[in-house]
Design a protein around this ligand. Structure first.
Ligand code: XMP
Length: 533
């Protein structure tokens, strides 16, 4: 395995992710572990190498964080990245100085020397004799003097020592960040380090993560009871399945049905978690409560606040029952927080981030309930969470679902939410999703559900005239929305086949009495948003 020492960079988990992508087991530990800890950690002979992360601190100003000296005595390869390079340089006898200018962003780096790290990754057969790397830089300080035994590996005009290596001792260091995707050859460099230089075995698969995570949860929780808010979404479902695998009946899931879920969703969640996994799930049917509170409210933000607020109230009531059950009362609140949520909550809080938090991550609740927090997916990225879900035996269709907003159909019924509208919308939306799954794109062999990032139906509370048989109709309108996006910050409307749209509109108008017109939303984001509210 590979040890990653974390000096507090925002992107340390990205290093771990890249190492997992190389199918090598890695563990992230804080940089201030002791020398004894390091020696004990390496004692079983499984440690193949160490990576020192970046930091937002400066090597000689804001922090005195240093790599435990024992790391350099283990005889295993060490890779320092950014701050990790600077502390390595300083600890091994080189010099680091504060830069006059901060360097941040894309940079072209000249690679010198045919080190084992860059061999075959960089083309050195250029007339100038040095190859180029397109990288991501983010630093203020820089190494100004190589430590004894090191040779120059990379440089830029503003950073003459952007990479260095002591190949005898197998120490390598990069001022740029190989772990971010902007560094084009980054994965190749990290692959080279862990697979070739460290010779770590590439036998790690997501399945192994189940065993590791299960062991960790058992150790953390002991024989105490855990509560988890199950929403039916990917993250809370995978968290529930994982924790259930670890501690079985010590876990109780609370599933709050706010009446704004998709067709049969509540039943499907119960069937999966109670029927198949035999987990304990308390289903709270709060639809009347939510619809009551939403009556007469048409402002989108007010609706979001009500739904988020009520959710917390209902969840708290259920949790209070479970925590007050004497000595056996629950001591832990589990959440399906994933790594992007961790980053997001550290950054600017948009109105949506707050809503997402209050709904899915039930922000602030653990303290209010006096509970400890259990977040077993905290270090994983979305695609890894999905892979883990599959490894845990959750159905592919559940794990690869489109995202569904916390307020659910509440933001897909424009204006005031009524039970009648929710029922019409649920049925229309179900037809749309069914047909997206049914229609396959010939060139890719994929269903249109898998070819779109998010697709749903929006209920418009306006009536339009139609004709059916001999009669005139005067009924509601729905809009179909399907988008393609990689990050949900920008999105294009999907060019669905006409045959698919035709089938969906025919079925909705014929099967859902009360809707006589179907439209397709051809707005991209920006300037429109994905949801209509
Ligand atoms: P927009 O509409 O802003 O949506 O383009 C971007 C993504 O965020 C989801 N979304 C929400 N998720 N609570 C959530 O949990 C919300 O209030 C909320 N509003 C939007 C939306 O479904 C899309 O995936």
């Amino acid at each position: 395995k590979v040890l990653i020492l974390d000096f507090g960079s925002q992107v340390t988990q990205l290093i771990a992710r890249r190492v997992r992508d190389a199918h090598v087991l890695s563990e992230v530990h804080p940089c201030d572990v002791t020398d004894d800890w390091v020696r004990a950690y390496a004692a079983d002979g499984h440690l193949k190498g160490v990576i020192l992360s970046g930091s937002h601190a400066s090597v000689y100003e804001e922090t005195t964080d240093r790599c435990p000296q024992a790391v350099f005595d283990l005889g295993v390869p060490v890779l320092g990245i950014c701050y990790g390079m600077q502390t390595m340089a300083q600890q091994l006898g080189g010099k680091v100085e504060g830069g006059q200018t901060r360097e941040f962003g894309a940079a072209a780096v000249r690679a010198h020397g045919h080190t084992a790290l860059l061999k075959d990754i960089v083309d050195f057969t250029t007339p100038e004799g040095h190859g180029m790397l397109n990288v991501w830089m983010s630093h203020g300080d820089k190494v100004t003097e190589l430590p004894p035994g090191f040779k120059l590996m990379a440089s830029t005009d503003s950073c003459p020592i952007a990479g260095m290596a002591d190949e005898d001792r197998r120490y390598y260091a990069l001022q740029f960040h190989p772990e971010v995707t902007h560094t084009v050859q980054g994965q190749a460099i990290l692959d080279r380090f862990v697979l070739d230089i460290c010779a770590a075995r590439p036998d790690w698969v997501m399945h192994d993560h189940v065993a590791e995570a299960v062991a960790k949860i058992r150790e953390q929780v002991g024989d105490e009871e855990v509560i988890l808010g199950l929403s039916g979404g990917v993250d809370s479902s995978v968290a529930a399945a994982l924790i259930h695998r670890a501690i079985g009946d010590q876990l109780t899931c609370v599933f709050v049905d706010h009446g704004l879920l998709r067709l049969n969703e509540g039943d499907l969640v119960m069937e999966m978690f109670v029927g198949k996994l035999h987990a304990k799930v308390i289903r709270v049917d709060a639809s009347d409560l939510f619809l009551g509170k939403l009556a007469g409210v048409s402002d989108p933000e007010a609706k979001r606040k009500i739904i988020g607020g009520e959710f917390v109230t209902v969840f708290k009531q259920e949790a209070a029952k479970l925590t007050s059950a004497g000595a056996k009362g629950a001591k832990w609140l589990a959440q399906g927080t994933i790594y992007p949520d961790v980053i997001e909550s550290g950054g600017a809080k948009s109105k949506k981030a707050v809503t997402i938090k209050s709904h899915h991550n039930v922000g602030g609740l653990p303290e209010q309930l006096g509970l400890k927090l259990l977040e077993p997916l905290r270090d994983l990225f979305k695609d890894e969470v999905r892979e883990l879900g599959v490894a845990l035996g959750l159905p592919h269709a559940m794990v690869y679902r489109h995202p569904f907003p916390g307020p659910g159909l509440g933001v897909r019924i424009l204006g005031e939410v009524k039970k009648e509208y929710a029922e019409l919308l649920r049925r229309a939306d179900d037809i749309f999703i069914q047909e997206l799954r049914n229609f396959t794109d010939q060139s890719t062999g994929k269903s249109w559900y898998d070819l779109t990032s998010q697709a749903f139906t929006v209920f418009l509370p306006v009536k339009s005239v139609g004709v059916m048989g001999d009669g005139r109709t005067y009924e509601y309108v729905v809009a179909l929305r399907a988008v393609q996006t990689s990050d949900f910050m920008t999105a294009d409307w999907a060019e669905l086949p006409y045959a698919l749209l035709k089938k969906v509109s025919g079925r909705i108008i014929n099967e859902v009495r009360g809707i006589n017109r179907v439209t397709y939303d051809v707005s991209s984001k920006p300037p429109a948003t994905i949801e209509w509210e």
